[in-house]
Design a binder for this molecule. Sequence first.
Ligand code: PEP
Length: 265
Amino acid sequence: MGVRASTRAGALVSPGRRPLIAGNWKMYRGGAAGCELADAVRRAVAPGARAEVVVAPPFTALAAVAETVRGATIGVAGQSLHPGTEGAFTGEVSGPMLVECGATWVIVGHSERRQLFGETDANVQAKVAAAAACELVPIACVGETLAEREAGRTLEVVSRQLAAILAADRAGVSLVVAYEPVWAIGTGRVAGPDQAEEVHAALRVQLERHDPALAAATRILYGGSVKPENAAGLLACPNVDGALVGGASLDAAAFAAIVAAAEPG
Ligand code: PEP
């Protein structure tokens, strides 16, 4: 798809990839406050924005948020899913249940799920397949810890995580990859554009080796303390196709400013 050009790291970039800005609300704004935030985002994001916009509220607010943004060009994502469709899995939510609530996207393998809830690469792989099976687009996260970066293992770690994601049967459903260095999430410590681009370019090469068409089409988002002040620099990188935004997505004006940073300069 689209015209492709070489980057300095040798990966292939398609100018045809539309930027994607996704807001991960985590365990905030679960009820009426979620609808208020969704409504504020709907009003704050300029109609006709270049970037595609997605919000990921807590499960309890999904259906109401989907209703609030109905008719606006804002997609709704779950923050995780169980790999099964139904069963005796207390506390879990399945892909078809997310779809029923109006979600068309789902975040998979967020580092908080991996670190705090013990999700493994195998779990993430099963979840990517489960998402695709009900036509939810997975936003699949990869990223190294500070110790892994300091040990020079960043590319090894993200490549292992991406390999597991790519091994999932997606049945033709598209994929979004989010590079989220764990040391940058919620810490205010953001990867510089060069640090982000280095990893994104490596992920693009890995995608290219797996499937050139997938590499050209797949958006690779950066996540980790993205704010209005640093978004434009990150989004200008050739292999950064958008952002997964945590803290700043809870403020409609800040989130809209990040969406605006994806407009052509
Ligand atoms: C996230 O939770 O995916 C995230 C990137 O958080 P923050 O923007 O707050 O670092």
